[in-house]
Design a protein around this ligand. Structure first.
Ligand code: ADP
Ligand code: ZN
Length: 621
């Protein structure tokens, strides 16, 4: 999607300078294709709209240009945590950047303003309301700022998933700084949001750069949920000592799961909006400094979490949309190394969401038709999510296509379907017929649990009271556990081969398609209701190719100590990719170390001797 970029009064582009800055400061050997285009546009001071999925490398697009042309640029960001992390990471490579936010003292802010006025800073991060309302604009005009980067730009649009009214004030930038260029960055892809961003920010003929949404290093799995806790433990067992995020729907659930994980000896803590700010902050810090491995969280946890080595994102319940799922799983593997995303799926969640959606619409102050519209749009999102979860087709393909990008037909090698992990149930049609006829025998007047109890031959009070132990379908699926039986019923509900009433006490009923199955006019495919066996993906094997794992662990321990001593997130010291590169190459000289990805001159000066000692087996004291 490259469009020619005109240079006006800016210096002619100098690729050599770009790559020089890139290796010297970041230790990277090349720009990703979209980054090159975005940086070209920024250096030419041509407005741009850059849409890149999480982990695509947006920050470099606004971090690099000011180093090349010596300008002072402004980055607008919605959250203090996001700014702080970035400034920390930049300081670690010696980059002159600072943030201005409400969490700072008057003196601290003045110090930043002084450095800004003196032209010492290449980047200043701030929130939209602070930018607009504090006289900062006057200072920026005096300093001659000519480039604004608007991060998380979808916050300006009410079509986006995270509308923030304060972003609307940014519309005045165009008038106040007519000769400056404006660069919007977002990970939200829909064309409507994109248009809205361009209009609200008054972008002038912007270069639109849209990245690929597929994340090839992520392995997606959907596992039928049979036992939340046991499955969670088993999956986390594959990631001992690695950064993991476990998402739950309710606050209570996060606390229950976190307590159980802690009891099992995992370094885990809960995180949700009901905890007080200090507690949340402590958990976030502990996670970024690697003193805990697992955060069990509601969706409140995420934005502002900038740990790049998350190896597992586990959803124990269904997210409410594929947009949400893409965003939450996007927090895995931002360093580009293999990471796993598992969704424990039960269609029971669909019904919980549905009643939640209806309840919150009813409690809103919207007009009845508007309530209906809201419900319809949320149910639509839910349906897409559900289709994704129950479809036995490539997850990468399904996600890419949902976001409007075709995916090559070859097997991805990085999802449960393509890896052949999903087992289908033998005799699924017969099993389905047994379930459906039981629904008919109890006269379509009972819920999932009761139907399954009858099928399993459980003599519960209710079963006996209704005389259901005398039905011909009693005990037809006696070999199944209750959870497994319920899971099969939910699979039938998902495939619309069985229906369910809404309301407080939903009962399962038959529909036309159920009768087709019962008549033998329709074949049924069901998945084996147990946790699938995860195989190693190709990406994972490649990433560890030739890596000395002992050395890697020694390097991580060393990094944790440094991070703690400096009070900085561990990954800002060096990320996992760099650690693996060192543990693979085993450099024996500063020059060899400099050739490892992620090692620039500043890091070499700061950590070179310590790292070289670790490579030859001398632990630092
Ligand atoms: P985003 O903001 O788009 O989610 P980031 O800017 O945080 O993504 O970058 C994601 C990861 O990719 C970071 O670990 C970053 O260091 C790495 N990265 C970015 N650009 C490059 C590059 N050109 N070469 C190697 N690694 C890169
Ligand atoms: Zn696949």
């Amino acid at each position: 999607m490259t469009q020619p970029v005109e240079t006006d009064d800016a210096a002619p582009l100098d690729d050599a300078r770009i790559s020089d800055v890139l290796t010297r400061w970041w230790g990277f050997d090349r720009l990703r294709p979209l980054q090159a285009d975005a940086i070209t546009a920024a250096l030419a001071r041509r407005d741009s709209l850059v849409v890149m999925p999480t982990g695509g490398g947006k920050s470099l697009c606004y971090q690099l240009p000011p180093l090349v042309d010596g300008s002072t640029d402004v980055v607008v960001s919605p959250l203090v945590a996001l700014m702080k992390d970035q400034v920390d990471a930049l300081e670690a490579i010696g980059y002159p950047a600072a943030a201005l936010h409400g969490g700072m003292s008057q003196e601290e802010r003045q110090a930043v303003r002084d450095r800004l006025a003196a032209g010492e800073l290449r980047l200043v991060f701030t929130a939209p309301e602070r930018l607009v309302n504090t006289g900062l604009l006057d200072l920026l005009a005096r300093v001659g700022v000519r480039r604004f980067a608007i991060d998380e730009a979808h916050c300006i649009s009410h079509w986006g998933h995270d509308f923030r009214p304060e972003y609307r004030q940014l519309e005045l930038l165009r008038d106040r700084f007519p000769s400056a260029s404006i660069h919007a960055f977002t990970a939200t892809a829909t064309p409507r949001v994109r248009e809205d961003i361009a209009r609200q920010l008054n972008l002038r003929d912007p270069v639109e750069l849209v990245g690929t949404f597929d994340r090839p290093n992520l392995v997606y799995r959907v596992v039928p949920r049979t036992d939340r806790m046991a499955q969670t433990l088993a999956i986390l067992g594959r990631h001992r000592g690695e950064a993991s995020i476990v998402y739950c729907i309710s606050r209570k659930e996060t606390e229950r799961v976190a307590a159980r994980l802690a009891a099992e000896g995992l370094l885990a803590r809960p995180y949700h909006a009901g905890l007080d700010a200090r507690e949340r902050h402590r958990t976030q810090e502990a996670f970024t400094r690697e003193t805990i491995d697992v955060v069990v969280a509601t969706v409140a946890f995420g934005m502002g979490i900038d740990r790049s080595d998350v190896r597992l994102v586990l959803h124990t319940s269904l997210p409410k949309s594929l947009e949400a799922y893409q965003q939450e799983t996007g927090r895995a593997g931002r360093d580009g190394l293999a990471a796993e995303c598992v969704l424990l799926y039960s269609s029971a969640d669909v019904f919980s969401w549905e009643s939640l959606v209806r309840k919150s619409a009813a409690e809103s102050e919207l007009e009845p038709e508007e309530q209906e519209r809201l419900i319809a749009s949320q149910m639509e999102h839910l349906l897409s999510m559900r289709r994704y979860a129950q479809a036995a087709r490539c997850r990468h393909a399904a996600l890419s296509e949902y976001f409007g990008q075709p995916y090559p037909p070859a097997a991805c090698g990085a999802c449960d379907v393509c890896l052949g992990e999903t087992d289908s149930l033998p005799d699924a049609t017969v099993t389905a017929q047994k379930i459906l006829s039981c629904v008919a025998r109890v006269q379509e007047r009972f819920g999932v649990r009761h139907v399954c109890e009858v099928l399993r031959g459980a003599k519960t009070d209710a079963v006996i009271r209704h005389g259901h132990d005398r039905l011909s379908t009693f005990g037809l699926l006696a070999a199944l556990e209750q959870r497994a039986a319920e899971n099969l019923v939910h699979q039938l509900l998902d495939q619309d081969l069985l229906a369910r009433t809404s309301g407080d006490r939903p009962v399962v009923t038959l529909n036309d398609r159920s009768w087709e199955v019962l008549r033998g006019a329709r074949e049924v495919v069901l998945l084996e209701p147990r946790a699938g066996k995860a195989k190693a993906s190709k990406a994972d094997a490649d990433d560890w190719e030739g890596v000395d794992r002992d050395l890697f662990e020694r390097l991580r321990r060393w990094r944790r100590r440094i991070a703690e001593a400096r009070g900085k997130p561990a990954w800002t010291i060096l990320d996992d990719k760099a650690l693996r590169a060192i543990a693979r190459e085993r450099p024996d000289s500063p020059a060899a170390l400099l050739r490892c990805k992620g090692i620039g001159e500043k890091r070499l000066a700061d950590f070179g001797p310590a790292i070289l000692d670790l490579v030859v087996g001398r632990e630092e004291t």
